[in-house]
Design a protein around this ligand. Structure first.
Ligand SMILES: [Zn+2]
Length: 369
């Protein structure tokens, strides 16, 4: 993986590259970022750059013997560890390298669910068991075969549990020229003892502009849709890509149902709706509401200009019907404010069911002439 293939993240790339060129290569680093932000590709690009034999100013060369093996994730000094479902007694992550390399080749931005799907193990538990951790320690105690550096990329340290503490000693006093690149999503689920011994590398969500130009380049979406999908994805490349593949926005039906519940004031249904929606996860909820805000703004614009912009046929139909209800703009603004409040309450970990129930009442109150 070369840096240029990592979507966006210009300033972080520069910071990492400058560090290597100045000889600052911390031996234990924790790449931390939300799913779809590119933590894993970033760590892989970093490892390849550190190991490249003809390092260029801004990227690895992609051609030297080290890069060629790094590109296929087959370099003998590149070690991987990751959560996996136990399929055979005493199996190790190294037993699944074929699957792992294939998954990386398909989508290095994959998340845990994507990886488990790839392993045909959607309903099984994946973790990093203690025998895997012991095998990491054994593997790293060997000298590098070809490179100056021996690199361990440990994906999702969240999945190693308390057993992860067996790694503390080797992280603290590593064999010479050993790099630990831990790649995680949620710092509150990673052992504090591990966090305190690693140098943090914060990977922010990908910028909206970077995602939209990626979508326009790779998926041939037009500028308007590129920006819309990018905005809705909140910096998650996987979500952005899946939005381009939906002929209809995945949130549309849910949004239409909820609006209809609020408009007809079936508050019993609103409570049921809140109950269901509170289980879909904070990030998905936020995306759902961001989508809804887009639609509401579309409705407000439609009121002025009598044209619906770039929407699917179903969305356009919904916007037209909604506009014909003639809800005053001041009330639409109250609904928008209510949704924005709900988003920030959800971000602050408020009880989602309560937030959603209250919000339905606000919407219902304002959804009338
Ligand atoms: Zn190279």
């Amino acid at each position: 993986m070369r840096f240029y293939k990592v979507v966006g993240q210009t300033s972080l790339k520069k910071q990492l590259i400058d560090g290597v060129n100045a000889g600052r290569i911390p031996h234990a680093q924790l790449f931390l970022g939300k799913p779809g932000s590119g933590t894993l590709p970033m760590a892989l690009a970093y490892a390849q750059y550190v190991s490249c034999l003809k390092r260029q100013e801004n990227d690895s060369c992609g051609e030297c013997s080290s890069c060629r093996k790094y590109e296929t994730y087959t370099h003998p000094d590149l070690h991987f560890s990751f959560p996996y479902p136990t399929k055979v007694k005493d199996d190790l992550a190294s037993d699944y390298m074929k699957e792992w390399r294939a998954a990386l080749a398909i989508n290095p931005y994959m998340n845990f669910e994507g990886w488990m799907q790839h392993m045909d193990a959607e309903n099984k538990q994946g973790n990093i068991p203690i025998r895997e951790l012991r095998s990491i320690i054994r593997g790293l105690s060997l000298k590098p075969f070809e490179s100056e550096f021996k690199v361990l990329v440990l994906w999702l340290p969240e999945y190693m549990g308390q057993e992860g503490n067996v790694l503390l000693k080797i992280i603290e006093e590593p064999p010479q020229n050993t790099l630990f690149l831990l790649v995680g999503e949620k710092s509150d689920r990673i052992l504090n003892t591990i966090i305190s011994r690693t140098q943090p590398v914060r990977v922010p969500p990908i910028k909206t502009d970077d995602i939209s130009s990626y979508l326009m380049r790779e998926f041939e979406v037009d500028e308007v849709n590129g920006s819309r999908f990018a905005l809705m994805s909140q910096g998650d490349l996987n979500l952005a890509k899946s939005l381009t593949q939906e002929t209809e926005n995945p949130y549309f039906q849910q949004w239409r149902n909820w609006m209809s519940i609020c408009y007809t004031r079936k508050m019993g249904d609103a409570v049921k709706w809140a109950d269901e929606m509170s289980g879909i996860g904070r990030e998905t909820l936020k995306s759902f509401f961001l989508y809804g805000l887009e639609i509401l703004r579309g409705i407000m614009v439609f009121g002025f200009r009598k044209q619906a912009g770039s929407w699917s046929a179903q969305e356009q139909d919904f916007i037209q019907k909604f506009s014909s209800l003639d809800i005053p703009i001041s009330q639409l603004e109250k609904i928008i404010l209510g949704i924005e409040d709900a988003i920030s309450n959800i971000e602050r970990n408020a009880n989602a069911k309560m937030v959603l129930t209250d919000l339905s009442f606000v919407v219902a109150r304002n959804l009338k002439k």
